[in-house]
Ligand binder design. Structure first.
Ligand code: SF4
Length: 395
């Protein structure tokens, strides 16, 4: 069993950081950077910080060199400052994802005592019971699965932690709720903490860019820190393009068909590119769309690799399963019922006004995103080759 002092080194986002490392945590960021980047440790810190950015840029799923000493605290604080001044959504999401995922994996290795102290330090109303409670029984392929746990969390804290994760199975009604407490396995609670840590790294919104620039200038007076910032910016410049096209949406027969995507598809793809969470329905939708467009299995798996909770093995299995079953993507009607239709948000003319059907001699509404793609593709082919008649199909 570790004491909270050690746990803070492992998890510097814990509130006790302020108690046990008050000198470090409450220091003015400028002084903090000055101090550590002129210390003997600066080379080590620079290498480790750069490694995290490199891992994030290369879409590695876990930080390759994660230590449990005080260095970890420094790294966490440096990351927060860097993400703030870099002010780049994609980059911040990538770093926050890899960092929070590493945290999740580390939390899952902790024993129950340590976990209990971690939950308590976060001021969560979590109770540990000596005897496990069976809170769910389901039958899968004729086999009964029993869910039991020693942990329960007050529904208020559960809701706070789960507020960013919109999946149905996380809703309170779909969880074992008794007398104000949700029964939960530690790994599921840790997944909620992963999101908490991710949000902590992303939480710093820039309100005033003049202040940000002044702050940067001050920080850059520390040459070693400026060098680190420049190295990160340099790697980002070289990777940027690759990042923006990491979904390889140009696959189809060597053509870039991304311009033909309707707003509902664009929206989910952008979220995935930025490394944001996707709810289950969004994941299924994009998986079925890419499958319908005949994207290779491996490429579909890679689309999901930027997500905060990406698990290659699980995703590969789900993709294989969906391909085998040949599911078709949701229609506009279903997408509207799932609030995934983005016609209004993108003010898309084709989605909002429909198209003129020559065959029926009337204005028709778009009923399926795949039909939208077909229509756009046919139009662009006709534009390039006016001889070619528009082979128009109704959706
Ligand atoms: S109208 Fe259909 S294709 Fe267009 S954004 Fe909505 S759901 Fe997607």
């Amino acid at each position: 069993m570790s004491d909270i002092y050690d746990l803070v080194k492992r998890y510097p986002w814990l509130p006790s950081l302020k108690t046990y490392y008050s000198d470090m945590a409450s220091k003015d960021p400028l002084n903090f950077i000055k101090e550590i980047f002129t210390s003997d440790n600066f080379k080590n810190l620079k290498i480790k910080t750069l490694n995290i950015f490199n891992d994030a840029f290369n879409n590695i799923e876990e930080i390759s060199d994660y230590d449990f000493d005080e260095t970890n605290i420094y790294i966490y604080l440096i990351l927060r400052i860097l993400l703030y001044i870099l002010n780049n959504k994609i980059l911040s999401n990538r770093v926050a994802n890899i960092y929070s995922k590493t945290t999740y994996n580390e939390l899952n290795k902790e024993n129950e005592y340590n976990l209990y102290y971690i939950y308590k330090d976060l001021d969560l109303e979590v109770l540990y019971e000596d005897f496990q409670t069976i809170y769910k029984k389901i039958v899968v392929k004729g086999q009964q699965e029993i869910y039991k746990t020693n942990f329960k969390i007050s529904y208020i804290d559960y809701l706070k932690l789960a507020s960013n994760l919109k999946d149905d199975y996380r809703k309170l009604v779909n969880n074992a709720l008794r007398q104000g407490y949700v029964y939960i396995k530690p790994e599921n609670l840790n997944r909620l903490l992963q999101e908490h840590v991710r949000m902590k790294l992303l939480a710093q919104k820039i309100v005033d860019s003049t202040n940000l620039n002044k702050f940067k200038e001050k920080l850059f007076e520390v040459q070693e820190f400026k060098d680190l910032y420049d190295s990160i910016s340099e790697i980002w410049e070289s990777k940027k393009e690759e990042f923006e096209y990491s979904l390889d949406i140009t696959y189809k027969e060597g053509k870039d068909i991304s311009k033909s995507f309707p707003p509902c598809i664009k929206e989910v793809i952008t979220k995935a590119q930025e490394g944001q969470n996707l709810i289950h329905t969004e994941r299924l939708f994009i998986l079925w769309v890419l499958n319908a467009l005949k994207y290779p299995e491996e490429k579909i798996v890679n689309v999901f690799s930027t997500l905060p909770d990406f698990d290659r093995e699980k995703t590969a299995y789900q993709v294989k399963y969906a391909i085998k079953k040949g599911y078709t993507p949701y229609s506009c009607k279903s997408l509207k019922s799932y609030t995934l239709c983005m016609a209004n948000k993108y003010k898309d003319k084709l989605c909002l006004e429909g198209y003129f059907s020559k065959k029926l001699q009337e204005q028709r509404q778009i009923t399926h995103p795949m039909f939208y793609i077909n229509l756009k593709q046919n139009k662009s082919t006709t534009k390039k080759n006016p001889e070619k008649k528009l082979n128009e199909k109704d959706g």
